[in-house]
Design a protein around this ligand. Sequence first.
Ligand code: BYC
Length: 474
Amino acid sequence: MSINYAERIPNNVGLSDNKVLQRALEQWQPKFLDWWREMGPTDFNAAECYLRTATSVDAKGWATYGSLKMPDYRWGIFLADKIPDRRIGFGDLYGQPVWEQVPGEHRSTLRRLIVTQGDTEPASVEQQRLLGHICPSIYDLRSLFQINVEEGRHLWAMVYLLHAYFGRDGREEAEALLERHSGNRDNPRILNTFNEPVEDWLSLFMFTYFTDRDGKYQLKCLAESGFDPLARTCRFMLTEEAYHMSVGMLGVGRVIKRAVEVMKEIGSEDPEAVRRAGAVDLPTLQRYLNFWCSSSLDLFGSEVSSNAATTFANGIKGRPDEGTAFTDHDGRTASVTLEQPDGHGGIRREEVPLRNAINEAVREAYLRDCEVGLRIWNRTIAKAGFKTEVRLPSPRFNRTVGWWSGHRFDPAGNFVGEEAWAQRCRGWLPSESDKSFVRSLMQRVTEHGKVAGWIAPPERGVDGKPADYDYVRL
Ligand code: BYC
């Protein structure tokens, strides 16, 4: 089904046939636009941006490019096509037909999951609001705006589910999504990473690499859901998510490329010398990576979670690629052995029922996926003739959720304790002086074909256009 952009809310859900729902969403729309005006990248409203818009959910239509001003971008609601005779693929209800409506007994659980997912979308726009003012190039500015408008659309997708399936409390939750704000002391976003400031482009690239990848894995789990409208929304969101992660992968890669170029030019790996030459030294980059990776690991919840066991048992939230990556889709009798801190600086192993350890299974799949970029980045460093490697921090490091929170481990996973942590954490996490150095590099570059000195130019453009195309006309 192709989408009619003349409609006030473009959609492929037959909104014009459901007047009550259409009216409810039309009442939410001005509130969304107010929020976007207050919290989105609206200092760039007059800019012509080369953006992709979904005009249908098939391979041809989901990435239709054109030049437009962001206020003219049409946020719509799209569900991936229905899979005929789809069945629940895990848990107690394995093999039963999926639900078109919310089962009464799962209503509050499903609402909580949809609200948590929905909350992250506007949060990320808020976090990235001012980055346009310090963009390293026009190419990068376009990437930022593409991500921002798509996160806005993802919010629409979740708000559609709340309005269409959860009655009055769904409508109230949809309003609350616009009332919580990232980092707000009184009314913050739900998940911790979405309250962290993203004040420079190195943080943005780490965020899109690590935090958007949590998005990928959570969406994959929800795309397995027995509640079919949720599964279909998430399936379509995943197509857009891939681009957001690629911005992180390529962005960090370009920062590394520039760092090693500078290291070669000056004939030194000394971080101070690299900084003086205007690039991000690799130890600083590693500290940013440690922070955003460990924070994003928290987003999977506790290692052992009765919430996760219940949503799995009830067919509400599966594991990523449930159909292909696992053979036992029931897990009732299975168990896994997990490591946890023994409270005395050691590690002990505990056997836990598989269903209770679902969050850990998802986190492990995520970590394996995170390795891909590291291999590419390390090749760049090695090819330039240097021995340094960037590494993922141990999942024990710097955690604030789950078993490892409150215990001090170094990035390699060794117990260090409070005292050593206080002395050494400056070497592991970005310090105030790291942050102010990185911020000092963030000078806005918007001249045609120019790129800031701390990052290598992109190797390729977007949609077959050259890398130095005028993607945003300011
Ligand atoms: N911060 O049993 P537990 C994305 C809460 S990103 C704060 O351990 P559970 C995107 C938890 O909510 C993907 N609170 O874990 C990326 C629960 O609270 P309640 C977002 C946390 O429930 C970039 C309590 O602790 N989508 O799309 O099994 C840009 C005990 O929870 C945190 C989703 O997350 C934390 N880190 O799993 C834009 C999917 N972790 O309910 C977008 C929906 C846990 O007792 N959410 N808590 O008050 C979920 O599936 C689950 O809520 C979680 C937690 C995976 C987050």
